[in-house]
Design a protein around this ligand. Structure first.
Ligand SMILES: Nc1ncnc2c1ncn2[C@@H]1O[C@H](COP(=O)(O)OP(=O)(O)OP(=O)(O)O)[C@@H](O)[C@H]1O
Ligand SMILES: [Mg+2]
Length: 1019
């Protein structure tokens, strides 16, 4: 991509490209659908919920989703002409653009933007046999420089830094880290720069690669030490290029900045709902500000005046000031996941990229002051020589001037030589350094061929396998301590001074945890000595994950890459009884696992290590709270009995006073950032006693709130028949545990609250339509409250919402395991609507059991807008659909119809009167018939009531069957027992059901028979 003259003279718009990657394992498991399509230079994103598609156009688009094959880990186009865009293809446009710009003397910047896991690092750095833009660019750069060696002297300086939590970390720094990171300073001519950042002179691509490896290693250890996540940090690589063209006497300086940004979803914050504590702002500040800068610059490009561009608001935007709207040719690659589940993120990425392409920069060729001086001196020299020729008589003065000129030129040459010498010295030093490093890498490679070792596994695949710790013959202490030569030093949360011992004897390696230390092997916690096998998975402390590589004789051909971070966490989850199998193994062919369950599973394994870390921080900071993962709604259903959507929640328990909080996952993630900040501050201060943190800023604390303990379902169907119901309801917790038994009644009654008699039972519920319905909900008592058994300083309330009435709560009852509730609430529908009738026939009243704890505010109902009858009952079913406006002609039609019916009825009336007087003898039998009829209805009502009661116990049996599951660690024997029990329960269930239905059939048949016997006319 050669710069056009127009571009060289004027404004350069930021060049933006978009790339879409293949499905990853999670997306394949979830049976994801690709919602991204591309054509020439446009990208179309399809809304999976059926909304309109969005189309965007960019400078380049790269389809890397399909049409490839993998050979030895290399991604190749499946066939010639395939649309698959490989790494080389991406380099051709973007990398080449950056390279040519830099060689021409322009500053150039390349940014990778996209959500976590969308392929930023893969595109920028690459992986294994698929080198990304940065390594290829370095190769091409040095190749080009050596090609022009005779006419060009060049210098390349390499630096690599990371911005995490607004702190700049030098990834090439060899000494101890400055606490709080390096400072960003500003100078008038230089703009913003990082003070004291190590710049290493390089003269080959191999050297740069080695430095990058060193930087990645530093990033890995930083991530484990500070317990940070690399996808929340930005990485900046800078190559400063100086070219001295001896023939033309021109010096050009350019800087290439390559940026792998943090996952973009961080920009919008992790917290979707309000948290008492602000978002861990520093984590997102740089990315949020980058978004603001891009928006402001896009506005400027559209001609808006007086726009403030907030470069100074974050470290990242300070360092990228030139790249955005300044002296740089800038390129951006936005990476996308193809999956439907990432639609929102992909749309946000495309919008961001769309805005970025409007930004206009003003790039100029950079000339150094030395070069300008030489140029100026030469011009001056020529002028003077000319003058010298013209004005011979002023020889003395001219000679003085040319003497001065010669002095200046000499000084200048000396200056250039000094710079040159310094550069050569630096280069020699860097080469020596590099040789040492290279020797250690070579030695490491040799040792890998001979000895067993452990390999770090990181959440970011780029950082996995960077650290190798060898286990030579003998005993090796593992832990924080590095006091003896027989120590393997590991740092990380929850790692003790002396954590465990590796023993290597007679080609066998074993691991012995030391007392009090946490060691997990292949998902199982162990405190005993264990012999390690090749590819065993080790977790030391809270979350330091390693893969054990055995002696070369044990190593086969297997692919180690399957043991990634997810694998470790899935194994751990399985040990806790949470695995994909229990939620339905995804079929390898169709990937039919319920996507919502998969999402819960992946949330679980994502949060699990974070939880271990939060627990460890809580212990070290003496916070006395414990975090535990729960699957919310695992056993709960809605008012219609349908399963509720499952989600992960974090149960936080105070070990001091048993207070309990439930945090949503986003709240927990936000709090974890804040905990990390607190923890790092504590570490930086020497890790001693923790000073008091004001409660309102303490991420481990929250004001106590009522807690939803569980729900019970009171089915409303009996009300449709005006039958009373008296139930012992099981209140189930979200994971299916019995939290309490609740005694509740539904009693149809008169407007004044008197119970109805059996004669009022309805056979056909539709008789209720349009008529007044009164009933009472009676909540008698709660029995066996687990919540109270755990601590007596607690109370409960019951919350419920009857049809369209507001949410109501019973008054709080405290300190009692079996509290009396004694609540009787009267509801009235003045005119039963079809909607209410349908509700009664199909829904349950969901009774929520709320747990109160000391110091929390009790829940109260708000009766605003609630109407009551003169007797004080709550009026429900208010929105019954009586049409408000009736067209006049339809009213007239109705009126005529009524008149017609009226005259017909009058006729009927008079003829009936005649018949009545004629057939006086028939009167008695008539009365009998009507009494027979009413007695039949009562009998049928009674049978129905018996039937509904028996159905209650059938329903309880069914719920029991659904909940009864074998324990995860059940052996064969236990499984057999489970099957027997299940079969027995099933038998009881079907017998009960058959018995109830048979009894009803029998009753109905008997009633019909009796009816026929008494009279054949009943119909
Ligand atoms: N073009 C591609 N071809 C094949 N695989 C890819 C491609 N892009 C990404 N991947 C795979 O997707 C996974 C995630 O990619 P990567 O690590 O580059 O994401 P990222 O955007 O850098 O995420 P993070 O924000 O967490 O750093 C990697 O395992 C990588 O192998
Ligand atoms: Mg990355």
């Amino acid at each position: 991509m050669k710069a056009s003259p127009a571009e060289m003279a004027g404004k350069d718009c930021v060049k933006v490209a978009v790339r879409v990657r293949p499905f990853n394992k999670r997306e394949r498991d979830a049976g994801s659908v690709c919602v991204v399509s591309m054509a020439s230079s446009s990208v179309t994103l399809q809304d999976p919920r059926g909304g309109p598609s969005r189309c965007f156009s960019f400078d380049h688009v790269y389809w890397s989703h399909s049409g490839f094959s993998r050979e030895g880990g290399r991604y190749l186009a499946q066939e010639p002409g395939s649309r698959y865009a490989d790494q080389a293809c991406v380099f051709q446009d973007l990398g080449e653009g950056v390279l040519q710009s830099a060689l021409q003397g322009y500053n150039a910047t390349l940014l990778a933007y996209g959500q976590t896991g969308s392929g930023k690092s893969s595109t920028m750095l690459g992986h294994g046999p698929n080198p990304g833009l940065v390594p290829t660019l370095c190769h091409r750069l040095f190749h080009s420089l050596t090609q022009h060696q005779e006419s060009l002297q060049s210098q390349v300086f390499f630096s690599m830094l990371e911005i995490y939590n607004e702190q700049v970390v030098d990834l090439l720094c060899r000494g101890p880290r400055a606490p709080g990171g390096l400072r960003v300073r500003e100078e008038q001519h230089r703009g913003f720069y990082v003070e004291g950042l190590r710049r290493v002179p390089c003269d080959s691509a191999v050297q740069v690669e080695q430095l990058m490896e060193q930087g990645t290693r530093a990033r890995t250890t930083a991530a484990t030490h500070t317990n940070a996540n690399s996808s929340r940090s930005h990485m900046l690589i800078t190559l400063q290029l100086k070219q001295m063209f001896s023939r033309e006497s021109i010096t050009k300086q350019s800087s290439i900045t390559l940026v792998d940004l943090a996952g973009s979803e961080r920009q919008r914050g992790s917290s979707s709902e309000a948290d008492r504590l602000k978002e861990g702002t520093a984590i997102n500040l740089s990315l949020t500000t980058l978004g603001n800068v891009i928006s402001a610059l896009a506005d400027v490009a559209l001609g808006r005046r007086g726009v403030h561009v907030p470069y100074r608001d974050s470290v990242l935007t300070k360092l990228l000031q030139a790249a955005l709207g300044g002296n740089s040719r800038t390129f951006m690659i936005a990476t996308l996941s193809p999956a439907d589940i990432c639609y929102e993120e992909s749309l946000s990425t495309l919008r961001y990229a769309d805005r970025a392409k409007r930004i206009q920069n003003r790039a100029v060729v950079n000339e150094s002051p030395t070069e300008r001086l030489v140029k100026e001196l030469k011009v001056e020299n020529a002028r003077l020589t000319q003058r010298l020729g013209r004005l011979g008589q002023e020889g003395k003065r001219t000679e003085e001037e040319s003497k001065e000129l010669r002095r200046l030129l000499r000084q200048n040459e000396l200056q250039i030589r000094a710079i040159q010498t310094l550069w050569e010295q630096n280069l020699q030093e860097a080469l020596r350094d590099w040789e040492q490093q290279y020797a250690s890498i070579t030695q490491e490679r040799r040792m890998m061929q001979v000895h067993p070792y452990i390999l770090n596994i990181n959440e970011d695949a780029q950082l996995s396998g960077v650290v190798k710790l060898f286990i030579l013959e003998g005993d090796w202490d593992v832990g924080l301590s590095d006091s003896s030569p027989r120590c393997i030093s590991i740092r990380g949360l929850g790692i003790q001074q002396h954590h465990a011992v590796f023993s290597n004897s007679q080609h066998r390696v074993s691991l012995t945890p030391l007392p009090g230390s946490k060691v997990i092997i292949n998902g199982n916690s162990t405190s005993q000595k264990a012999e390690l096998q090749h590819l065993d998975r080790l977790i030391l402390g809270s979350n330091s994950t390693f893969l054990f590589i055995g002696y070369p004789t044990e190593r086969g051909e297997e692919d180690w890459s399957r043991y990634d971070y997810d694998y470790f966490q899935s194994e751990l989850a399985a040990a806790e009884g949470i695995h994909l199998h229990s939620q339905g193994e995804p079929s390898s062919v169709s990937g039919q696992t319920d996507p919502s369950l998969l999402a819960v599973f992946y949330d679980y394994i994502k949060l699990m290590p974070m939880l271990a870390e939060a627990n460890q921080m809580s212990r070290e900071l003496h916070k006395e709270v414990e975090f535990k993962l729960e699957i919310k709604n695992l056993a709960l259903s809605d008012a219609r009995g349908h399963d509720l959507e499952k989600d992960i929640v974090v149960r936080v328990t105070s070990l001091k006073n048993s207070q309990v909080w439930l945090w949503s996952k986003s709240k927990f993630v936000n709090r974890k950032y804040l905990m990390e900040e607190l923890y790092q501050q504590h570490q930086a201060e020497g890790g001693g006693e923790v000073g008091p943190v004001p409660r309102e800023r303490d991420p481990f604390w929250d004001p106590v709130e009522p807690l939803l303990l569980g729900k019970a379902h009171l089915w409303l169907q009996s009300l449709a028949f005006r039958i009373a119901l008296d139930e012992q309801l099981e209140v189930l917790g979200s994971e299916g545990t019995e939290e309490a038994i609740l005694q509740a009644q539904l009693i149809p009654c008169s407007p004044t609250g008197l119970s109805l008699s059996e004669e009022d039972i309805l056979i056909d519920p539709s008789e209720l339509l349009g008529r007044r319905l009164d009933f009472q909900l009676v909540l008698d008592r709660c029995c066996g409250l687990c919540w109270l058994r755990q601590s007596r300083n607690r109370g409960v309330q019951i919350g419920f919402q009857m049809f369209d009435c507001v949410q109501l709560f019973t008054p709080a009852v405290w300190h009692n395991v079996n509290p009396l509730l004694e609540q009787r609430i009267h509801f009235t529908s003045l005119q039963t609507s079809p909607a209410l009738l349908e509700h009664l026939q199909t829904n349950a009243l969901v009774l929520e059991l709320w747990g109160l704890q000391e110091g929390c505010v009790e829940m109260a109902w708000c009766l605003e807008g609630v109407e009551t009858t003169p007797e004080g009952s709550f009026i429900i079913d208010q929105a019954s659909d009586t049409p408000a406006v009736c067209p006049v002609d339809s009213l007239q039609r109705d009126l005529e119809e009524l008149r017609r019916q009226n005259s017909a009825l009058r006729k009927d009336n008079s003829s009936l009167r005649d018949q009545l007087s004629k057939a006086k003898h028939g009167r008695r039998s008539q009365a009998e018939r009507s009494s027979q009829r009413s007695s039949c209805e009562v009998e049928l009502g009674r049978s129905l009531k018996v039937f509904y009661h028996s159905m209650t116990s059938v329903r309880a049996l069914l719920q029991g069957l659904r909940r009864h599951r074998p324990s995860e660690d059940a052996g064969l024997q236990a499984l057999r027992l489970y099957v027997c029990e299940q079969a027995a329960q099933l038998k009881v269930f079907s017998e009960e059901l058959e018995h109830s239905v048979a009894a009803l059939k029998q009753d109905v048949a008997a009633i019909v028979r009796r009816k026929r016997e008494r009279s054949g006319t009943w119909s």
